[in-house]
Design a protein around this ligand. Sequence first.
Ligand code: COI
Length: 356
Amino acid sequence: MAEIHPNEIVIVKSEQSKINAVDFSNLTFGRVFTDHMFVCDFEDGKWRSPKIMPYQALTIEPSARVFHYGQAVFEGMKAYKDDNGKIFMFRPDENYRRINISAARLAMPEFPESYFFDGLETLLKLDSAWIKPGVGNSLYIRPFVIATEPAISASPAATYRFIIICSPAKAYYNDPVRVLFAEKFSRSADGGVGFAKAAGNYAAQFYPTSLAQQKGFQQIIWTDASTHEYLEEAGTMNIFFRVGDKLITAPNNDRILDGVTRKSVIQLAEDLGITCEVRRVSVKEIKDAANNGSLKEIFGAGTAAVISPVSAFEHSGDVYEMPNIEHSYASLFKKTLMDIQHNLSEDRHEWRYEVL
Ligand code: COI
């Protein structure tokens, strides 16, 4: 039965929840989805008809531009529940800002803030049982926009669909990752779309990453496309290097995703009195630091990956195994971040957003 929400979101509830069939202690990232999804369409120059409906397959014409030109952007966010049952998101304003930056780069219309937040909050309240309390549990939220207009001329679509789906999550990487430093392939280039969360940025990594995986490395750390001399990001996460007691991470530019976890780590480093240099970081510098013993850690930072340590890297055929560090920065940042996300510590920067 459809009912009208005060904020004009039409809600059609699923008749039966799928939740009892889910083993929450044994989740593979992104395989199980909650009972509902939020959907909103852009037609005649306006976003209209926001609704929440049971999670279901879409009917989209095969000529829709998303299938031909990849006109699609997305976000990754998480919701958490504390031990009192309160639900929080982490810096959702950053995701709202970024999805519209990504959309603008792909000539897609801006999504209204009120629909974004009302849609998210209504969906999270409806699927609240899927958010399990406890550090390490979260609900991964995937808002995305696709070009739906059935027309295959190579130009921006006139119609779009904005959708939010949610998936209960634990760790993205269960173990530290082994990475290759890119020497041939590139993820992004100057003036390109690397800063946007465009679907194609991820698809373009699949082939080089599969080659890396054949060699025993799970991820690639992408380097600048013109020289391959500077380390930029890992594709599923931004990347930090600890040399001595100092952290180094690449500055944002039009090739690198402006990661929410990345900027939170930079702020937390300042709070914790850890020097974090945001500057270009060269392959040579990191190899030299590995050779002279001053390279202590490499870790990735991302919404899905949270903080993921790197256990080894390869460049030009040389493999460097990272030392085992007690009291690592990776575990310090992970704990500090997760305590804030789960409402277990002071939130001095007002990053938590309570879903009321
Ligand atoms: C995220 O961390 O939210 C991402 O979008 C990365 C994706 C590969 C899961």
